[in-house]
Design a protein around this ligand. Structure first.
Ligand SMILES: Cc1cc2nc3c(=O)[nH]c(=O)nc-3n(C[C@H](O)[C@H](O)[C@H](O)COP(=O)(O)O)c2cc1C
Length: 641
């Protein structure tokens, strides 16, 4: 690699890379992000390489293994350029046909296209699939078109031009002003104004300052930061370098959890490549500015994502938070001014510099500008990563992008903001998704986890689940968080086991208040959110559990029983064969009954009983019907239809 010494040389390099790339040459981009990798994209890639050779096309087709395309539900995904034909759920056995029919024959293979579930029409291009059509992918969009292991791919999209213009044309103050003007707010949880944080650090006394990327991302169900770092590591590095210049830092860290091996691998390689071109290191682009970056692998503790805990971990200490009377921007890593931003926040920076604060501010609403990447998981048709303008409604995210709830079930709630976010009910589906509206509703934006729940979800159990996670992850340093969460968890576990008592709701509210007020860091301060939001919006479910010993969603095992309706049972033996506990008695002509002592409430009988019979009944909050007497169990087949 040649060293690039000026913005002009960078432009020359970009031109020379583009000049050897033929835009009309067929190129297959294959999603190789973690989700597609788990669905077999590596095997698909091997088949593509092999088939290209076999069909005599060596050198005539490019294959690019890209980062995550976002539509994880339908992976592995390939897009064939220049036509932009998108095929979903590709298996190695599909590859010979793809090469012969589409690459050679220029024909579209209908069965591999997306089928619109309502119109049943086939959709050829990725951008026309409803999942993508309703997004604004300014940050995440490049993931699907570049190989994250190739810095040249990033350069073809204008990569490092923002850094070049900052270093050659802008003072530190001007760079900072542009970020302030854009009103970019941190994407890692709190929504703190990025420019303000940078300014605090820049103005703080001290020669040595640090910039840090928070790629810890430990929320259950969230994987957007990981995918951005895996799929477009240079965008994060470029943003980080611009931030370093603006605040006067010469040393940066990327704190990434060890469990994200592909992100670790790709960002280490990206640093090496950027150093070779001279985008990192000494005298960057001939500007006289020096900046180096190191990768620190985190051991995977949720609390280590908190700013002061993360900095303690970087110093080699136990990852525990400290009181922040003085912001980490002023006294952070090794007591020096330190700017910590989330992966997505950093990736927004080059875009703002290149296109301007006004361009950025056209996305979003009010005090929430730009877009946000969410990971949409749970009971939703289109599981995946999406990027939408702030201010979009929850309804549009769940129905237009997410494709609604599977199996014709009813939407019940969505948890936004990770484990310490809140659960929002159906009546709030038209709420605008931005920092302030979500907080007002008792939830938060968090870093972008969104877990959708359907009618079969028990909201008491949801609160119990998140408190269980937070109880495990609380570092234990401060009593209100350690004990408060543990006590709330105990009460919630009792309620979901049918041992709830009058006054439990009020006690949960009181404990929530204390934990929120007195905890040291935001883990404890926000831990009550799942409890308070479920009480606020689903109080009737708590009351049913406590007063009637009834779980309205038929989820809490201790409060649910299964029984077979003798009038409907056709003695088909399906449930009897599938019951893992051997709890069902019956025969070919003998009505089945469930032994309540042996039954483990696994729900299998309910699920396998054919809907045309619907003979298995769920009971909660009332007595289980007595089994039919032995002498009436034999079926005379002719008499039944
Ligand atoms: C328990 C806990 C875990 C956190 N985990 C993360 C994380 O994984 N990634 C992240 O960017 N911010 C996380 N945060 C927020 C950080 O403390 C910090 O506010 C953020 O990294 C600042 O970046 P931003 O201004 O770009 O959002 C966490 C906060 C808490 C309290």
């Amino acid at each position: 690699m040649v060293r690039i010494n000026s913005p002009a040389e960078l432009e020359e390099l970009r031109k020379s890379i583009l000049s050897i790339r033929d835009p009309n040459k067929p190129c297959i981009t294959l999603c190789s992000g973690s989700a597609c990798h788990a669905c077999g994209s590596k095997e698909v890639a091997a088949s593509i390489e092999e088939e290209i050779k076999k069909q005599g096309l060596s050198g005539e087709v490019d294959v690019r293994k890209t980062g995550c395309h976002g539509f994880c539900e339908r992976g592995p995904i390939i897009v064939i350029h220049p036509e932009g034909i998108c095929y979903l759920k590709i298996e190695p056995k599909d590859v010979p046909e793809i090469i012969s029919q589409t690459i050679k024959g220029k024909k579209v293979i209908e069965r591999l296209l997306y089928t619109d579930p309502t119109t049943h029409e086939k959709v050829i291009h990725e951008s026309e699939i409803p999942f993508y059509k309703n997004q604004e992918r300014i940050v995440f969009g490049s993931n699907g078109s570049i190989d994250p292991k190739s810095i040249d791919d990033y350069l073809t999209l204008g990569g490092y031009s923002a850094l070049a213009s900052v270093l050659s044309r802008m003072t530190r103050e001007q760079a900072l002003e542009e970020i302030k003007k854009s009103n970019l707010r941190g994407r890692g949880g709190g929504g703190f104004p990025t420019g303000k944080k940078w300014e605090e650090s820049r103005n703080a006394p001290g020669e040595i300052k640090y910039v840090i990327v928070n790629a810890d991302e430990g929320d259950p169900g969230a994987y957007m930061d990981r995918s951005l770092l895996e799929g477009n590591p240079h965008s994060v590095l470029e943003g980080l370098t611009i931030g370093a210049y603006a605040i006067g830092s010469h040393e940066g860290y990327i704190y990434v959890r060890q469990e994200y091996p592909l992100a670790v691998e790709n960002v280490i390689l990206a640093i090496k490549q950027a150093e070779e071109y001279g985008f990192l290191g000494r005298d960057i682009l001939g500007s006289g500015f020096d900046f180096t970056v190191k990768v620190h692998r985190g051991a995977g503790a949720f609390v280590s994502g908190e700013s002061s805990a993360l900095m303690a971990a970087l110093e080699g200490k136990v990852g525990e938070p400290r009181p922040k009377y003085i912001h980490t921007a002023i006294r952070g890593l090794w007591d020096r001014p330190s700017v910590l931003n989330n992966v997505e926040t950093w990736a927004n920076v080059p875009l703002i510099i290149n296109k301007g604060a006004d361009w950025f501010a056209q996305f979003g609403e009010g005090q929430s500008k730009g877009t946000k990447i969410f990971s949409l998981v749970g009971k939703i048709n289109n599981t995946g990563l999406l990027e939408v303008p702030m201010g979009i409604t929850l309804r549009d995210i769940i129905y237009k992008v997410g494709g609604g709830i599977p199996g014709g079930k009813r939407f019940k709630a969505v948890q936004t903001g990770g484990p310490s976010g809140g659960c929002l009910p159906e009546q709030l589906l038209d709420i605008k998704v931005d920092f302030d509206e979500l907080t007002k509703a008792g939830s938060m934006m968090g870093s972008g986890g969104m877990i959708v729940m359907d009618e079969d979800t028990c909201m008491v159990d949801v609160a119990r689940y998140f408190l269980d996670f937070l109880s495990d992850e609380s570092c234990g340093k401060c009593v209100p968080c350690r004990e408060g969460i543990r006590q709330m968890l105990k009460i919630l576990s009792n309620i979901s086991k049918g041992k709830g008592r009058e006054g439990d709701i009020e006690l949960l509210e009181e404990l929530s208040e204390t934990t929120r007020e007195a905890s040291l860091c935001a883990l404890g301060k926000s831990a009550p959110n799942p409890v308070l939001s479920t009480i606020r919006y689903f109080r009737d479910e708590y009351e049913a559990h406590i007063k009637e010993k009834r779980c309205p969603a038929y989820f809490c095992k201790e409060m649910v029983s299964y029984a077979i309706d003798p009038e409907k049972c056709q003695a088909c033996m399906i449930c009897l064969r599938k019951c893992p506990a051997g709890a069902i008695d019956g025969g070919k002509n003998k009505i089945h009954i469930i032994d309540q002592e042996k039954c483990t409430r696994c729900k299998t009988c309910f699920e396998v009983c054919p809907t045309r019979f619907s003979a298995v009944k769920r009971v909660s909050g009332g007595p289980v019907p007595l089994p039919i007497p032995e002498e009436r169990r034999m079926i005379v087949r002719e008499s039944r239809t």
